[in-house]
Design a protein around this ligand. Structure first.
Ligand SMILES: [Zn+2]
Length: 334
């Protein structure tokens, strides 16, 4: 990976910054290149390492703040909480008890935050996973919230963004967790049939049942650099197959090389990239919107909705664009 050296970073003695002597939170250590990054620098770089570009994990609310227009995010269904259908007990702790503890510790009710917001004024529905809550595992609440945010995108005819960070399906809910793979995939199929775009952003780590369902079903699949993306981790595969995997076989870079991702985007460029995609796709959904006699006018949002009612017809400019698109498609085909 490209390394950058920043001459503005002050030289300092590592002696002074040893965790034992330094006050808490003054610096963080990069787990990749072992660089000590001052807190100020760390925040300025959006929690990435200035030396090796290692991307530290973000909480869901930090991710949302980073991506969407200020104060535009409206959270939905934040009150949904899991029950303990299997009366699961692990290491002498009941799952119900663990859930309560995790809610207290993480400040959120389950491993995903969903809602809607705007990026550069363009609306989108979004769901952002939070690894802090039981390793971002997908139980029935995560699956339900994903299904609901897909339905929100469908109902409002706005694009969808899901940001994954997950250790996979939640074992404490057994089959109920596995069922979420089918449920989220089925909901996405409906979104696809309606012609609405879905952007999937994979962050470190995206694994297990999440990779095997909604995370890999994006129309556009983006990933942050260096992220671990796989179904089963490399160590598990090696133990099972008795074979050594190639270096970095589960990294975002490896997946990109093998055609499983569309692009790796650094955190600094994420917002801009998503804004660009939204711009592009609001043009391409115009055709469909016109066919259904609904036209999406992002710049002229009203409190009640984002659409012109059918009786107002399709604006002349939109018609021209549709004609152009249809014509260019015909040229491609011939
Ligand atoms: Zn580093």
């Amino acid at each position: 990976m490209k390394q950058t050296t920043d001459s503005t970073i002050p030289a300092f003695s590592t002696e002074v910054l040893k965790p034992r002597t330094a006050p808490k939170n003054i610096a963080v250590k990069c787990p990749e290149c072992k660089e000590i990054i001052l807190e100020r620098e760390y925040r300025k770089n959006l929690k990435t390492c200035p030396r090796c570009q290692y991307h530290f994990r973000l909480r869901a609310h930090e991710r949302i703040e980073l991506l969407v227009d200020p104060d535009s995010f409206i959270e939905e269904d934040e009150d949904l909480i899991s029950i303990d259908p299997l009366h699961f007990v692990s290491q002498s702790q009941a799952y119900a008890e663990k859930l309560a503890q995790e809610r207290e510790k993480s400040g959120i009710n389950d491993a995903i935050v969903i809602g809607h917001a705007t990026i550069e004024g363009r609306p989108l529905a979004l769901g952002v996973m939070d690894f802090q809550f039981i390793g971002g595992s997908m139980g029935s609440v995560v699956g339900e919230k994903i299904a609901r945010v897909i339905e929100l995108a469908l109902a409002r005819r706005i694009p969808l963004l899901l940001v994954s960070a997950s250790g996979g399906a939640r074992m404490q809910e057994g089959l109920y967790s596995l069922m979420q793979m089918a449920k989220t995939s089925a909901a996405l199929a409906r979104l696809s049939e309606a012609g609405m775009p879905y952007f999937s952003l994979l962050t470190n780590p995206t694994t297990g049942g999440v990779t095997a369902s909604f995370a890999m079903l994006g129309d556009i699949i983006l990933a942050e650099p260096g992220g671990l993306i796989c179904f089963a981790g490399p160590r598990v595969i090696e133990q099972f197959m008795h074979e050594k995997l190639p270096e970095g076989a589960a990294s975002a870079e490896f997946l990109l090389q093998h055609g499983l991702l569309d692009r790796i985007v650094s955190r600094q460029e994420l917002r801009q990239t998503l804004a660009q995609l939204l711009r592009f796709y609001s043009q391409s959904t115009l055709h469909l919107a016109a066919r259904e006699e609904i036209i999406h006018i992002p710049r002229n949002q009203t409190k009640r909705g984002l659409y012109y009612p059918a009786h107002q017809g399709v604006p002349e400019r939109a018609k021209t664009q549709i004609r152009l698109r249809v014509r260019s498609r015909e040229t491609e085909e011939t």
